[in-house]
Write a protein that binds this ligand. Structure first.
Ligand code: PEP
Length: 255
């Protein structure tokens, strides 16, 4: 059984004070949730404070990016060694990083290997553009991202990876894939590729989140889909009420 996992990607929002206020609220509303894995991914500047505030709680902490080298002259970057001090998870290959900061399948692969080597759980984001979607290229494109990300990674490491299928056109737009389409793409472009790359057991062990305008009122429709194991939530993770409602609605739908 794959444990459901909902993570909040705060992107470039929240000062330290705002971050601490948000996690104080989440500890109150979600502090007793044990049947679902939960995490928040604050900006790098708030990681230390949030990590301290959530220490010993059921809510994990993730970074939004990291470099693949342990240390060195790489101004502005954070290394896996540094991330590991503050976080259990790291988001890799988010479409905003691919679009604005030159992230490629090759750099995602290097970062993925580094995260696994350091015992950080990677949340690897993949997903197609609107043009690719309209051209019917989603399965081949996402499948290609998968093959690039997992190149050279052995099955026992692959099983520790979390994937987030996030159609780019659904991120921050209020549009979503239909739960049925998301479920089918995860099957055809993710699990089938993992089965071919590794084996069925590995493909079935890996958790796949859906991301793209997840809100309290649509979470249940996604989480009941057999291939969808949770969500990566952007905008709606920035408020206690909406993130709490997403988690509670997912829990209720799974009962
Ligand atoms: C994201 O940032 O990964 C995301 C899915 O954002 P949103 O929920 O705002 O669409």
């Amino acid at each position: 059984m794959r444990k459901p996992f909902i993570a909040g990607n705060w992107k470039m929002y929240k000062t330290v004070a705002q971050a601490l206020e948000l996690v104080a609220g989440l500890k109150q509303t979600l502090g007793d949730v044990l049947t679902m894995e939960l995490a928040v991914c604050p900006p790098a500047t708030a990681l230390a404070a949030v990590s301290g505030a959530l220490a010993g709680s059921n809510i994990g902490v993730g970074a939004q990016n990291m470099y693949w080298k342990d240390e060195g002259a790489f101004t502005g970057e954070s290394s896996p060694v540094m991330v590991k001090e503050l976080a259990q998870y790291v988001i890799l290959g988010h479409s905003e990083r691919r679009q604005f900061f030159g992230e490629t399948d090759e750099t995602v692969n290097l970062k993925l290997k580094a995260a696994l080597a350091h015992g950080i759980t990677p949340i690897v984001c993949i997903g197609e553009s609107l043009e690719q979607n309209k051209a019917g290229e989603t399965v081949s494109f996402v499948g290609g991202q998968m093959r690039g990300a997992f190149a050279g990674i052995p099955a026992e490491d692959a099983a520790k990876v979390v994937l987030a299928y996030e159609p780019i056109w659904a991120i921050g737009t209020g549009l979503t894939a239909t739960p049925e389409d998301a479920n089918r793409i995860i099957k055809e472009a993710i699990r089938d590729v993992l089965t071919a790359f590794y084996d069925t057991a590995t493909a079935e062990a890996i958790r796949v989140q859906y991301g793209g305008s997840v809100k309290p009122d649509n979470m249940a429709d996604f989480i009941v889909m057999p291939e969808i194991d949770g969500a990566l939530v952007g905008g709606a993770s920035l408020k206690v009420d909406s993130f709490t409602a997403i988690v509670k609605n997912a829990l209720a739908a799974l009962k």
